[in-house]
Design a protein around this ligand. Structure first.
Ligand code: FE
Ligand code: MN
Length: 334
């Protein structure tokens, strides 16, 4: 029997994008394009001065900047590789694939951002790009995602049958909800807290742009997960839901561990516990997004974080830099 759906659709022609079926995928694509940016648009001048000066940054702050660069520099590539090598293969719907291409490009921009940061600050790439092996709480997060998503890298994996669809959904939760939706957020909060104090504002602005992109990646991922659930309701069993909640709880433990290790004495009036509360708060939001009950019931200790995502959307929309960028782009094509 011919099956219609976002995966396992035996009637889909991946080259025929119209008429569209999943308008959410189209919307996320357009939102991504409207948010276009590149790291070189953001000056690192002040960051370089502060990094070289002896009296702007504390040792705690320097250490957490290095840790976050260390985590993100390799995590962005890990995400891009997962996307291109596995998600793209199994999601055959053309408008979803168009979004995946856009997302892959954004991951390339994020990877480029960390190259730009290392170059401008004169950091040692051998130190930054090996932190995912040498720093235990970074390694544990990366290992967790790699382990979670291992089965999909098997060339014989397919999404036929309930067990395999569950496996696929499980891995999508690993990529989108855990990696991009939880493991990025203690780092985002630390770097944006610094920016609020006028420290490393260039990197801070780059992190804001990355966070805004990631919020769309996460939205796409949750729409994809929810669509697969709706089209294959038999797989969303109580046992399976419990398994997903357990994974998210384990991820929260690892992210809190990371927050404690990266910033043991707290910083700028924020203590390590508040970073942990924030991780629990966002984990509840992710659970709700895929129709699972929340676990932690925290209030948001950093309301300015949600403002940073919302405001930068507005800011971006009217901002001269981006407008110029878009104008320049269209002129090139005229
Ligand atoms: Fe990214
Ligand atoms: Mn991403």
């Amino acid at each position: 029997m011919a099956k219609q759906g976002v995966i396992n659709n035996s009637t889909v022609d991946p080259n025929k994008i119209l008429p569209m079926r999943y308008l959410w995928a189209r919307k996320h694509y357009k939102d991504g394009v409207a948010n276009n940016w590149t790291p070189e648009e953001i000056s690192m001048q002040k960051d370089v001065e502060q990094w070289k000066s002896n009296d702007v940054l504390t040792d705690t702050e320097r250490r957490l900047i290095l840790w976050n660069l260390g985590f993100f520099s390799t995590a962005e590539s890990l995400t891009a590789n997962n996307l291109v090598l596995t998600v793209y293969k199994h999601v055959t719907n053309p408008e979803c694939r168009q979004y995946l291409l856009r997302q892959s490009y954004e991951e390339a921009v994020h990877t480029d951002t960390f190259i730009y940061c290392c170059d401008s600050l004169g950091l040692n790439p051998d130190e930054i790009y090996t932190m995912y092996e040498t720093i235990p709480s970074i390694k544990e997060k990366d290992d967790f995602v790699v382990e979670l998503t291992k089965s999909m890298l098997n060339p014989d994996f397919n999404t036929i049958g309930s067990k395999n669809i569950q496996q696929f959904l499980h891995d999508l939760v690993g990529y989108y909800v855990i990696m991009e939706g939880i493991f990025f957020y203690a780092g985002f909060a630390m770097m944006l807290a610094l920016k609020r104090q006028n420290k490393m504002v260039g990197i801070g602005e780059q992190f804001e742009y990355i966070m805004r992109d990631e919020s769309i990646h996460l939205a796409f991922g949750c729409d994809l997960i929810n669509t697969i659930k709706a089209e294959n309701p038999e797989i969303w069993t109580a046992d399976f839901q419990e398994k997903i909640v357990e994974l998210i709880k384990q991820a929260v433990i690892l992210e809190k561990q990371y927050a404690h290790d990266a910033c043991p004495q707290g910083m700028l009036g924020i203590n390590a516990q508040q970073f942990c509360d924030y991780v629990e708060y966002i984990a509840d939001r992710r659970l709700e997004r895929i129709d699972l009950p929340k676990v932690y019931g925290r209030t948001n200790p950093f309301p300015w974080m949600s403002q940073a995502t919302d405001l930068s959307k507005e800011k971006n929309f009217f901002e001269t830099r981006v407008t110029e960028y878009q104008t320049a782009g269209s002129l090139d094509w005229d």
